[in-house]
Design a binder for this molecule. Structure first.
Ligand SMILES: [Zn+2]
Ligand SMILES: [Zn+2]
Length: 1013
């Protein structure tokens, strides 16, 4: 018979004041036979969604609550009795959070009035106002405080809280509280102010407290609790402590029974989108879509109309017409402002989203199925993800805040967690460890899992450190801002869930992260930034400025043979998603020729398929070298488009349906489970369900098991087909730009760094190989950003280290008055800091005024004081040797990150040729298997975890790239050289592959400078 429920319990969501995960606490509560458990973290309900799930799964009643910090450094325990109580709790927490610096909270007592209904208040720990007064022997204050709380909450909802941790004053304090209760006609209840599940967790708790206060264990003193009694205790453990007051324990059950608020929200009430008079949301949505049909299709088929009618009906039934209008409104705003954007992810399955301009692709043209986005079965849609050009995303976010204001719009939070290895530094400080011991511990953590159990009394410091580091791995440390996930609601957000100020100005976050919001069915709109969209927007503007024509990229039809020929040729550097070295190796074999091929390309060359060894089988099938087969005929329907290979999340669903008879809802659950980490147990459950279902369909068990293994291998990595579709649009658009406007394309890429796979230094090399000159920064000709000049690229001041917008403005203003006559004139009129002038000289911006070294020397002679510039240039006729080409290049790299001069390798070419070392252009004509030597500048070095110790290095010379493959044993031999030398000579075997891909399988390596001998 249960006799006690813990009503005051902290989880690790008390952020550095709680040492147990919710999982542990719920498990322990069940072991102790508690029918319910309350979680009362400090000023937060971070863990509420997870707690709700765990408690329900374990068959106990979750009680939501929080321990609030009040002015005067007092604590108050609050429990949620009903919906109204939850709303009040959320508001109180929000008020407390917004009333103090980030990471702290403080509620004014006055804020409680009017916000107590549905809440049960317990008088709190020793820091509670009542207990504090009693400990100070101030009975009058205690009485006044208790009376005040009784008035605020009502006599049935204010309880005196008794805690007994075997501390010297506990006995008396409990007695005093009981006396006070009876004098005021109040009841009392026992709690244990739990901070960890088991007594042994005290060590972890103490370390966390020290990390919180930035002190070592030795210095912590009174910050730590005196003993280890703050764990989850049973009735039998507490009973002797409260022997004189048995009601204190049994009352916990009465209180627990009064609390049954449930967190399962479902879709939030969204703001009502203002529709034109006479039209409700559904009618308006229909009108918009209907209007768009004639705009998008010249001859809309019956199929399109039928699909639209179907989607509108499902959307209406789910009550989501308003939701679509809200998203449409955001997209419309961006369009009106000229901000480039498009939806990604599963929204691309919807024709309505396409018609509204939310998604860029026609789902009917690409066999995308609406039910993957929204079905009657699922009810709540997934979040809609919108990509906007990165440089203007903030405008869109601020629009949403302005439109719905801060009470109705906020961003999801993320929990920044401890990682075992990085945590060890913090823990090391707490334990006062030497650098040596820290290093040892790091080694241990790298090698193996630390002991799951230790005896702190007998363990050495390194053992303690590794143990604690592993214990707190994954603990939330503080909260951060989710990258773009916005939540909007009709009623003020703080009645739904608490909000806090974010570190970033003008931002508000809610106390739940993406998973938490997902779990309770709240949807957000993800407003993400994509640099490629910025580059495309800039390229479009440049085309219009230079040609007077708007290229209308959104109207491209994905069928230009020139564009596909360029991609199939592997000429993809700079193109979205298909430019990496791995892509460049595969694309010439795959030869994409259609939009669907682009979707396949970006989905195939990814860690999942690579790790699952499916890239080569797919390629062999595509090239007709291997028959397309299926493990079972039932798979054909789902896998035919990808030649029998599982490539897309959607296929995981369909295979589960076709082979094992899953409903699409179950299939979706399976897909999500496969995608989440640490879900082994759940996966096993699905596995047996899958095997049973397949058996019922007459599929042999060995085959069903093999298919499930494939799903498992892919499920965690697979790309959504709809997502691939949205991205393929950008692949095509960026490829089109490179194909027809290469100079503009490279300029746009250079102005939106960092992005993509290749550094600017390599991009300018590619530009040159396309016949585009890259001209240095020039004091008269350059602009703030890189520009197209006579069809070539002129670097902008943005590439000179140290140049900010203010400097560029200064320079341009002075230049507008009249051209600069000399270095002296330049310095006098711009007064730029000497360091920047130096950088300009080194970058070649002042080459017109003389050799760089001479200019640097002259600058050094200037008396360069801020106020009075005495700018006489003494010319005492010192003759300085010019910079060598190599010196100039090294200096240019220093301030620009690239060089506009001749490629460094051309300086070595005569010697290399004499030595029989080949250039990149000579490799294709070499017979397969020939031993050759090559040389170049290292531009990429990869050793992906999927490659089992192989290293891939790309060298660049004046004419192109050379791909090296280095076996693990060869890498070991040359490790130091390969890691540190920028210029290499490599000897090895030529390997030609289909599609004109050539690699060198390396046997020996040396540094180019040593190759002379
Ligand atoms: Zn407290
Ligand atoms: Zn507490």
């Amino acid at each position: 018979m249960p006799d006690y429920v813990e009503l005051h319990c902290h989880s690790y969501y008390s952020l550095l004041d709680g040492a147990s995960a919710l999982e542990e606490l719920v498990t322990r509560a069940v072991e102790l036979g508690m029918p319910a458990l309350a979680i009362t973290d400090h000023n937060a309900v971070y863990g509420a969604p997870r707690f709700s799930q765990l408690a329900k799964a374990a068959g106990i009643n979750p009680i939501f609550g929080a321990e609030l910090s009040l002015t005067g450094n007092h604590h108050l325990t609050l429990l949620v009795e009903n919906e109204q109580g939850w709303q009040n709790l959320c508001q109180l927490i929000s008020l407390a959070q917004h009333n103090a610096p980030k990471g702290q909270a403080e509620l004014n007592l006055a804020a409680l009035s009017g916000r107590t209904e549905g809440l049960i208040a317990l008088s709190g720990c020793r820091q509670g106002e009542v207990a504090q007064a009693l400990l100070n022997n101030d009975e009058a204050v205690a009485l006044a405080a208790a009376t005040h709380y009784r008035t605020l909450f009502g006599p049935d909802n204010f309880w005196l809280e008794l805690q007994h941790h075997l501390l010297p004053e506990d006995e008396r304090l409990v007695g005093d509280l009981v006396d006070l209760a009876s004098s005021l006609g109040l009841s009392y209840v026992a709690t244990n102010n739990v901070h960890y599940a088991h007594r042994a967790d005290k060590l972890v708790q103490d370390v966390l407290i020290c990390i919180r206060h930035l002190v070592s264990l030795d210095e912590a003193g009174p910050l730590l609790r005196d003993n280890s009694e703050y764990y989850l205790k049973s009735y039998r453990q507490l009973q002797p402590l409260f022997r004189p007051y048995p009601e204190a324990l049994t009352n916990t059950l009465h209180l627990a029974e009064r609390c049954h608020f449930d967190l399962a929200f479902g879709l939030q009430d969204l703001p009502q989108f203002p529709t034109p008079p006479g039209l409700d949301a559904r009618a308006y949505l229909q009108q918009l879509c209907q209007g768009a049909i004639s705009h998008r299709y010249s001859h809309p088929s019956d199929r399109i109309q039928a699909q639209l009618d179907h989607e509108l009906a499902v959307i209406d039934q789910a009550g989501l017409a308003n939701y679509f209008l809200i998203v449409w409104d955001i997209v419309r705003y961006a369009q009106a402002q000229g901000i480039l954007g498009q939806g990604r992810g599963s929204a691309a399955n919807s024709l309505v989203a396409y018609l509204l301009g939310i998604s860029p692709i026609d789902p009917l043209a690409h066999d995308l199925v609406f039910e993957r986005f929204l079905s009657k079965e699922r009810g709540v849609p997934p979040d809609i993800d919108l990509d906007f050009q990165a440089d203007r995303r903030e405008e869109v976010i601020q629009y949403v805040y302005d439109r719905y204001d801060h009470d109705h719009a906020a961003m999801a939070c993320t929990f920044v967690t401890f990682r075992a290895r990085s945590a060890s530094r913090d823990i090391g400080k707490v334990l006062g460890l030497s650098a040596m011991a820290l290093h040892q511990a790091a080694e241990v953590l790298r090698e193996k899992e630390a002991n799951p159990v230790i005896d702190p009394g007998n363990a050495n410091a390194v053992e303690i450190l590794t143990y604690v580091a592993q214990q707190i791995h994954g603990f939330p440390r503080h909260i951060g801002l989710h990258n773009g996930g916005m939540l909007v609601t009709r009623s003020p957000l703080s009645r739904r869930l608490p909000t806090e100020p974010a570190t970033m100005d003008r931002r508000v976050v809610v106390q739940w992260d993406k998973d938490g919001l997902d779990d309770v069915g709240l949807i957000k709109i993800d407003i993400l930034g994509l640099r490629m969209l910025s580059a495309i927007a800039e390229a479009t503007e440049l085309i219009t400025a230079l040609t007077g024509q708007d290229p209308r990229l959104d109207r491209l039809t994905f069928d230009d043979p020139n564009v596909f020929a360029m991609i199939a040729d592997g000429d993809t550097m700079g193109v979205f998603q298909v430019e990496s070295r791995a892509q460049a190796q595969v694309i010439p074999k795959l030869k994409p020729a259609t939009f669907t091929d682009l979707m396949i390309t970006i989905s195939l060359i990814r860690p999942g398929p690579i790790q699952g060894n499916m890239v080569q089988p797919y390629l062999r099938r595509r090239l007709g070298l291997e028959a397309v087969t299926y493990l079972h005929p039932r798979l054909e329907d789902a896998l035919a488009p990808t030649l029998g290979v599982i490539l897309w999340q959607e296929q995981v669903l369909q295979v589960a349906t076709d082979l094992a008879g899953f409903s699409s809802g179950q299939g979706e659950l399976l897909r999500r489970t496969l995608g989440r980490k640490h879900s082994t147990t759940e996966i096993e459950l699905f596995r047996s369900q899958f095997l049973r279902g397949a058996h019922a369909n007459g599929v042999p068990e060995t085959i069903a098991a093999a298919v499930f293994e494939q799903l498992k291998a892919f499920g965690s990595y697979a790309f959504a087909k709809s997502h691939a579709g949205s991205f393929a649009v950008l692949v095509y658009q960026s490829a089109w730009l490179k194909c027809y406007y290469p100079a503009i394309f490279f300029v746009a890429l250079l102005n939106n760094q960092p992005m993509g796979f290749w550094s600017p230094a390599v991009l300018v090399g590619d530009a040159r190989r396309h016949g585009i000159a890259v001209w240095p920064v020039d004091i008269e000709r350059s602009q703030g950003k890189c520009t197209v000049e006579e069809g070539n690229i002129r670097l902008g001041f943005n590439y000179v280290t140290g140049f900010g917008e203010a400097h560029i403005d200064l320079l341009e203003q002075a230049r507008q008055v009249k051209p600069f006559a000399s270095l002296k004139d330049f310095c006098r009129r711009t007064r730029l800091p000497r360091r920047l002038v130096e950088n300009l000289i080194v970058a070649g911006a002042m080459d017109a005024w003389g050799p760089r070294r001479k200019l640097l020397w002259a600058l050094g002679q200037l008396d360069y004081r801020e106020a009075a510039l005495d700018l006489d240039l003494p010319d005492n006729g010192v003759e300085l040797p010019s910079l060598s080409q190599a010196e100039a290049m090294r200096l240019e790299y220093g301030v620009l990150g690239l060089s506009t001069g001749e490629h460094i390798m051309s300086q070595y070419r005569t010697r290399l040729t004499a030595q029989g070392i080949l250039g990149s252009w000579e490799l294709e004509s070499q017979p397969n298997g020939r031993q050759v030597q090559v040389a170049g500048l290292v531009v990429v070095h990869q050793s992906p975890p999927t490659a089992r110790g192989f290293h891939f290095i790309t060298l660049e010379d004046e004419a192109g790239l050379i791909d090296l493959i280095i076996r693990p044993q060869v890498y070991e031999r040359y490790r130091r050289l390969l890691r540190n030398e920028p210029l290499l000579v490599a000897a090895g075997t030529i390997q030609h592959h289909q599609g004109g891909v050539t690699n060198l399988l390396v046997k020996h390596v040396m540094s180019l400078s040593r190759s002379k001998d």
